[in-house]
Design a protein around this ligand. Structure first.
Ligand code: NAP
Length: 281
């Protein structure tokens, strides 16, 4: 069997063309106003700095602006909350991204939750999560929402399928499980206390690996014909799932790199454009 490649890079590029056209139209109809995504980077973690830079570059590629806020590693929760409040009240800011993780002295959850719902284009607030889980309007958490957009673009059927999500983090596994449930999949969420993980994985029609450990999910746990989504990315270009032996026996898979990763940033700017259109348009 030749598996379908769920090409996140190609879908992200195609979507960027559509987003560029939408931003250009918005500028034209509003006397030059541009959607603006504010990004907040706290501290000097090089990986986080790279992610923030990539997000700013993605904004510029589609004609949006980004307002890049950098704060020192010694920032307190109160200082970060004050900055978020300033961005919440700035009418020219249409979306706010707080780069995770923040330094350990900061109450990250309190800071995420301070982001105003209509500017939560990265989908990190408890309120946004709750609304999404209830199938009410809210921006989805960027990585799982990007996975849902990718599955939809490739017409992967979810209704009635058994989806197994390995991982339950607030930014990935939990919202992923809720989104799949809303799409009428039957969902099993696995985590570090799950017994007989391999048996759960074996029963997956749709498998999402979101563990954060290189090739932790073994190929021989995965059923023939499954749809395999790997959110992980580790040095050496491998993900959380042992993918190479699966390529000729699964129905579809996300490549690593080039699958889930590009869809995360793409979903952030997709939702930021939507927010800009609502406020400017
Ligand atoms: P995380 O916060 O570290 O969460 C990892 C999850 O895996 C936890 O829920 C944990 O369970 C579970 N886990 C750990 N050991 C396990 C085990 N032995 N058996 C079963 N489950 C186990 O990670 P994350 O932020 O969700 O990220 C997950 C992966 O996605 C990482 O590889 C990360 O790099 C990647 N990621 C990619 C993007 C992207 O844009 N492509 C974005 C975000 C994350 P407990 O809850 O019980 O501890």
């Amino acid at each position: 069997m030749s598996a379908l490649v769920l090409d996140g890079k190609a879908l992200a590029q195609k979507t960027e063309q559509e987003l560029s056209a939408r931003v250009a139209k918005l500028k034209e109809s509003s006397g030059g106003q541009t959607p603006i995504l504010a990004t907040i980077l706290v501290g000097d973690d090089p990986a986080s700095a790279t992610y923030v830079k990539m997000k700013g570059n993605a904004c510029r590629r589609i004609g949006m602006d980004s307002l890049q806020v950098e704060m020192p590693a010694s920032t307190t929760t109160e200082q970060l909350l004050a900055k978020i409040e300033e961005l919440n009240s700035n009418p020219n800011v249409h979306g706010i991204l707080l780069q995770h993780p923040v330094p350990s002295q900061i109450n990250e959850r309190a800071c995420f939750d301070a982001i105003r719902l209509d500017k939560d284009v990265d989908g990190v607030t408890c309120l946004g999560f709750g609304r999404m889980a209830m199938d009410e309007k809210a921006y989805g958490c960027a990585t799982p929402k990007g996975i849902m957009r990718l599955l939809e673009a490739y017409d992967i059927e979810l209704a009635g399928k058994h989806a197994v999500v390995v991982g339950r983090s607030p930014i990935l596994g939990k919202p992923m499980a809720a989104m799949l449930l809303n799409a009428n999949a039957t969902v099993t969420t696995c985590h570090s206390h799950t017994r007989d993980l391999a048996d759960h994985v074996r029963r997956a029609d749709i498998l999402v690996g979101a563990v954060g450990r290189p090739e932790f999910i073994k190929a021989d746990w995965v059923a023939d014909g499954a749809v395999v989504v790997d959110a992980g990315y580790h040095s050496g270009g491998i993900g959380d799932i042992e993918l190479a032996p699966l390529l000729d026996r699964v129905a579809a898979y996300t490549p690593v790199p080039g699958g889930v990763g590009p869809m995360t940033i793409n979903t952030l700017i997709y939702q930021a454009v939507d927010s800009g259109e609502r406020k400017i348009g």
